[in-house]
Design a protein around this ligand. Structure first.
Ligand code: ATP
Length: 241
């Protein structure tokens, strides 16, 4: 279980990006974080994956624990080894490498060759289109396929919690729906998911529980089914009136 307690983060001199954020992702759960541009969603992801330092961000207060163990002192590789793996915003796949080479790059920390091969086969089963294109350069894939590859690469290290930062970004609605189905399937197979999205409709269809961030704070949280019915959420995030 991931537990974030009263987390506060700032950038540079006085830019406070998160205040007093408390949330949990129970084992095997699918949880969404919604919010507009600048709400602090990416900052949360960076804090969880050990990438804040690269952005001159600092955790001021609070706790981040996974299965009872603090992630706060760990570097990015240590966090992956603890089972928490991020699919970064903007995919960041290696465009000049092949699909297969990208997947292999996701498994550099996995020593066991048999496990590596098994996971690769599982990724190809989940994404048959990647199997068809395994020898192709990743830069030639469509946006949706590149997102699938980024997810597949993260799965190669066998996470128990997958962090997804705006997987729907820049994709056509039909492809967003497909990515949502895949994330649900990954969750159904037992991997917990924390999904950060501006696309509230997609996120609420995937997650059991959601948190709504507003300027660095948790504004609302609850079961997705309830949030979907809330007038405020419909008006602000689902395009209803
Ligand atoms: P987006 O959907 O645009 O990624 P977000 O919800 O992920 O938005 P964050 O990127 O976490 O929001 O930004 C939260 C706040 O922190 C914003 O006010 C933003 O300007 C600020 N911020 C983010 N990154 C940095 C940085 N590297 N240096 C200074 N301020 C930053």
């Amino acid at each position: 279980m991931l537990e974030v307690g009263r987390l506060a983060v700032h950038y540079g001199k006085a830019q406070i990006a998160l205040h007093d954020v408390t949330l949990t992702v129970p084992d095997g759960a699918a949880v969404a974080v919604l919010g507009a541009n600048g709400a602090g969603k990416s900052t949360l992801m960076r804090a969880l994956s050990g990438a804040l330092g690269h952005h001159r961000g600092t955790v001021d207060e609070g706790t981040i624990t996974y299965d009872g163990r603090s992630l706060r002192g760990l570097d990015a590789a240590g966090i992956v080894a603890a089972g928490v793996v991020q699919v970064p915003e903007g995919r960041r796949i290696f465009t000049t490498l092949t699909v297969e080479e990208n997947l292999r790059a996701g498994a550099v920390l996995v020593r066991d060759r048999v496990a590596r091969t098994r996971r690769r086969d599982e990724v190809y089963e989940l994404f048959p289109v990647l199997a068809e294109r395994r020898e192709q350069r990743a830069g030639l894939l469509s946006g949706g396929e590149q997102q699938m590859l980024a997810i597949g690469r993260a799965l190669m290290s066998g996470p128990s919690l997958l962090l997804l930062d705006e997987p729907s970004l820049g994709l056509a609605p039909r492809i967003v729906g497909r990515i949502g189905e895949i994330v649900r399937e990954i969750n159904r197979q037992g991997t917990a998911v924390l999904l950060v999205e501006q696309n509230a409709a997609m996120a609420l269809s995937v997650a059991d529980t959601a948190y709504v961030f507003e300027v660095g704070r948790v504004r609302l949280s609850g079961p997705s089914a309830e949030l979907r019915k809330s007038d405020e959420i419909r008006r602000l995030y689902l395009g209803g009136d």
